[in-house]
Design a protein around this ligand. Structure first.
Ligand code: 5GP
Ligand code: MN
Length: 331
């Protein structure tokens, strides 16, 4: 997702490309790590990179720390045969590449693989990125990590064919909210990818616009219990909803993750939050802001991270405790 459209990073990320390419060119064994609760940007980035490496004769695998299975909406992405279960990710490869993870913790159970490799490369676009690799290619002005990967491929001389384009488009269409949060160049990249012959409409429908019928009653229940706190965020307003485990039984992560996109449209609130109940007393929380509030700062305060207008964190306690802590952090 874009931060301020058109602003350049303090140091150009392109300056890091030659060293990243040297690492990728010399490694014979590579593990590509995606973030936990993977989205299409991390998986699309990981698979695109792995397809390229495999074609170059590199022994490459892709994985994510949790959950066990790839979200169903991503099960047609090219290169998915390169995915391995987290427990099978080799220890001590030449190079580990982390894609779309803002911090080490976002790799979950695979974080230890970063230390065991000869070198680690972080490729990302999160404002809150902690630069946890031995080399960090981080552009917080980029709309998606797949957009950073596309520029890396250009610098590397990689030809983007339909398989690679499919993976890159998946991250681009989802992280730009179907091309709503774009910057100069976003549509140019989309055009290039579509020119390879991929079916952009089918990819978007599968990733973003396909839900089982049970999604509708879940929305009814969750949205019906949404709350507006007008005096939160210094009077700019907070709207929030909670998805209890009983609401989401039998539904996929795709249904759960869709809720924030509805809640955040509330005109009376600058900030939107969706609390997603996990086993035990754990909640994962999605935050979105419209304009002036930097939710990545708020999320970082609460132990998470993200982008200026989209961030998240994990919390423990009762729902009311989590809401109270959030309201407090929002000021
Ligand atoms: P979402 O609400 O879609 O899960 O996440 C929004 C953004 O915040 C994503 O870019 C995601 O990577 C980031 N994010 C969500 N949860 C966390 C977290 O617990 N830690 C960090 N560092 N980033 C998070
Ligand atoms: Mn992303």
């Amino acid at each position: 997702m874009t931060t301020t459209p058109g602003t350049a990073s303090a140091t150009s990320v392109e300056d890091e490309f030659p060293r990243a390419i040297t690492l990728l060119d010399t490694a014979r064994t590579v593990s590509v790590l995606c973030h936990v609760q993977p989205d299409a940007d991390t998986i699309g980035s990981g698979l695109a990179l792995a397809i390229v490496l495999q074609r170059r004769g590199v022994a490459v695998e892709v994985s994510f720390g949790s959950p066990d299975d790839l979200p169903e909406s991503m099960n047609e992405l090219p290169g998915r045969d390169l995915l391995v279960p987290a427990a099978d990710v080799r220890v001590g490869v030449d190079l580990v590449v982390s894609v779309d993870a803002g911090s080490r913790g976002r790799l979950g159970a695979l974080a230890d693989r970063m230390d065991a490799a000869d070198a680690s490369l972080v490729i990302d676009h999160h404002r809150s990125n902690t630069r946890f690799g031995t080399l960090n290619v981080v552009d917080d002005a980029a709309e998606s990590t797949t957009a950073v990967i596309a520029r890396l491929f250009d610098a590397w001389g990689v030809e983007i064919d339909a398989s690679i384009a499919h993976c890159l488009f998946a991250g681009l269409v989802t992280d730009t909210g179907s091309f709503r949060w774009v910057r100069p160049g976003s549509h140019r990249l989309a055009e290039r990818l579509l020119e390879t012959g991929i079916d952009g409409a089918a990819i978007a429908r599968k990733l973003l616009d396909t839900h089982p019928f049970g999604w509708l009653p879940m929305l009814g229940s969750v949205l019906g219990s949404a709350r507006l706190v007008g005096d939160a965020v210094g009077g700019l307003g907070l709207v929030y909803a909670a998805i209890l485990r009983s609401d989401s039984e039998g539904l996929r992560s795709e249904e759960i993750e869709s809720v924030i996109d509805i809640v955040r449209t509330t005109s009376e609130a600058e900030v939107a939050a969706v609390l997603k109940q996990q086993p035990g007393d754990e909640w994962t929380v999605s935050l979105r802001s419209k304009t002036v509030v930097d939710v990545s700062v708020v999320a970082t305060t609460l132990g998470g991270g993200g982008h200026r207008n989209a961030a998240g964190f994990t919390a423990h306690g009762s729902k009311d405790d989590v809401v109270a802590a959030l309201i407090d952090a929002l000021g």
